[in-house]
Write a protein that binds this ligand. Structure first.
Ligand code: PGA
Ligand code: ZN
Length: 402
C-alpha cells in the first residue's frame, strides 16, 4: 500500500533541475527520477516546472496514497485522472513518470525481485547497446547536421563485449580526430562534437570502426538519428550545405543507408510526415525507427502501423508519462512486428530504470550513450543484469546481422 509520496528537486546531466519521486510502501521506498530531452517531439507529455513541486506533490498524494503498489495500471490511471489532460499538461509528464516508475520499483522491491523480472516475467533478453559516438544537431553547437552517429556491435557475443566494443570505438574516434588535427569536444550525451561535415563524420567513424573491428574481431554496424524535425523548416530539410525537399531527403537517406550499410536510421523525416516514413521504409532494408513521430504514444504508433511508417519504435517512458502506457506502446509495436529500442534522453541522471525496462521488454537495442556517469548507470546495470541472469540470450542481433 502506498503510504507516502514525496518529491524532491535534483539535477540532471545538463545541470538542469528535474524531479525525483519516492513512493513509500511498507518497509520499502521506490525511487525514480525523470529525464528530459532537447530535441523533443511536439506531442510528448509536457514537462512541468520542478518548482511547482509542493502543489503537484499534494495533488498526486491525494490521488494515489492508499492504493496498492501492485496495481500499477490503476495507479497510472489515477495519475491520468488527477491530471485530466491528454498530455499531462497539468501535473507534468516528469512528475507522472517518476511516480509511475517509483511505484513499480517499490513493488519489485517488496517481492524481492529485480525490476526487469517484475515487469517482464520469465522471458528476458539483453538488448544490444546502440552507442552515440559522434553528434551534433540540438546536442552540440557547430557540429554535424545529423544529430547522432551511432554504433551497434552486432558481432558481440554478450553485453559486456558489446559495451566494450562501443567504448573502444569512442576512444578510437578521439585518436582519429587527433590524427587529423581536429579539435573535438563532447556533446550532451558524451558523443564527440567537432566542426566537421556529416561526410567527414562518416569517414572518421568508419576509420575508427575498421581499427576496432580488427582489434576485437567483432562486426560493427552504423546507425543514425537524423532528428529531422530539427532540420525541417516547414518546407525543406535545411543542412549547412544544402536544402532538401521531402523527395530529396528520402533519396539522400536511402543513399546513406546503401553507401554506409546502415543498420538503423531514426527520425529520417519530420515528426508529422507519416507518408514519407512509409515511403522510405518500403525502399530500404534497414531498421527505420520513429522517435518524435511516435513519442511512445499508442495512438500515434497505431497510425504509423496502419500506413507502414517505420518498422521500429523508440521507447522513451517520459514521452508518454506512465509505465502502463509505455507497456501498451511496446505491446502494440511488437504485436505488429515492429522492433523496439528503449532510449534515454539527452538530459539524464544516475537513474538506471530503463536498463531494466529494456530487458523486460525484450528490446532489440538500448540507446543510452557510451560514456559518462549518467549513461554508465544504465550500461553498468546491464552488465550486472547479464551476470545475474542464468542464460542471457542475444539472439536478436544475430537475426538482424545475418
Ligand atoms: P532528446 O534526444 O533526448 O534530446 O530529445 C534524443 C533523441 O532524439 O533520440
Ligand atoms: Zn531521436
Amino acid at each position: 500500500i502506498i503510504e507516502d509520496v514525496r518529491y524532491r528537486i535534483v539535477f540532471d546531466s545538463r545541470g538542469n533541475e528535474t524531479v525525483e519521486c519516492e513512493i513509500e510502501a511498507g518497509e520499502v521506498i521506490g525511487r525514480a527520477i525523470a529525464p528530459s530531452g532537447a530535441s523533443t517531439g511536439s506531442e510528448e507529455a509536457i514537462v512541468a516546472d520542478p518548482y511547482k513541486i509542493d502543489e503537484i506533490e499534494e495533488k498526486i498524494s491525494k490521488g494515489i496514497v492508499g492504493m496498492s503498489v501492485f496495481d500499477q495500471f490503476s495507479v497510472d490511471e489515477a495519475l491520468r485522472e488527477i491530471d485530466g489532460t491528454e498530455n499531462f499538461s497539468s501535473i507534468g509528464g516528469n512528475f507522472a513518470i517518476s511516480a509511475s516508475l517509483a511505484t513499480a520499483k517499490a513493488a519489485a522491491e517488496i517481492l524481492g525481485v529485480p525490476l526487469y523480472a517484475y515487469v517482464g516475467g520469465l522471458v528476458n533478453e539483453i538488448p544490444y547497446p546502440l552507442g552515440n559516438v559522434i553528434g551534433g544537431g540540438a546536442h552540440a553547437e557547430d557540429s554535424t547536421n545529423i544529430q547522432e552517429f551511432l554504433v551497434i556491435p552486432v558481432g558481440a557475443s554478450d553485453f559486456f563485449e558489446a559495451q566494450r566494443t562501443n567504448a573502444m570505438i569512442h576512444k578510437a574516434i578521439k585518436q582519429e580526430f587527433k590524427k587529423r588535427g581536429i579539435f573535438a569536444a563532447k556533446g550532451d550525451e558524451g558523443a564527440w562534437a567537432a566542426q566537421i561535415s556529416d561526410e567527414q563524420a562518416f569517414e572518421i567513424l568508419e576509420a575508427a570502426i575498421a581499427k576496432v573491428e580488427d582489434e576485437m574481431d567483432v562486426e560493427v554496424r552504423i546507425g543514425l538519428d537524423v532528428a529531422a524535425t530539427e532540420l525541417w523548416n516547414g518546407e525543406r530539410y535545411v543542412y549547412k550545405d544544402k536544402k532538401l525537399s521531402t523527395e530529396e531527403q528520402i533519396t539522400y537517406i536511402a543513399e546513406l543507408i546503401d553507401k554506409h550499410n546502415l543498420l538503423y536510421v531514426e527520425d529520417p523525416l519530420h515528426e508529422n510526415d507519416f507518408e514519407g516514413f512509409a515511403e522510405l521504409t518500403k525502399q530500404v532494408k534497414c531498421m527505420v525507427c520513429g522517435d518524435d513521430i511516435f513519442v511512445t504514444n499508442p495512438r500515434r504508433i497505431k497510425k504509423g502501423i496502419e500506413i507502414g511508417a517505420a518498422n521500429t519504435v523508440l521507447i522513451k517512458p517520459n514521452q508518454v508519462g506512465t509505465l502502463s502506457d509505455t507497456i501498451k506502446a511496446v505491446k502494440l509495436s511488437k504485436d505488429n512486428g515492429y522492433e523496439i529500442v528503449v532510449s534515454h534522453r539527452s538530459g539524464e541522471t544516475e537513474d538506471e530504470t530503463i536498463a531494466h525496462l529494456s530487458v523486460a521488454f525484450n528490446a532489440t537495442l538500448i540507446k543510452t550513450g557510451v560514456v559518462g556517469g549518467e549513461r554508465l548507470a544504465k550500461l553498468n546495470e546491464l552488465v550486472r543484469i547479464e551476470e545475474y541472469m542464468d542464460s542471457p540470450t542475444m539472439v536478436k542481433i544475430r537475426r538482424l546481422s545475418g
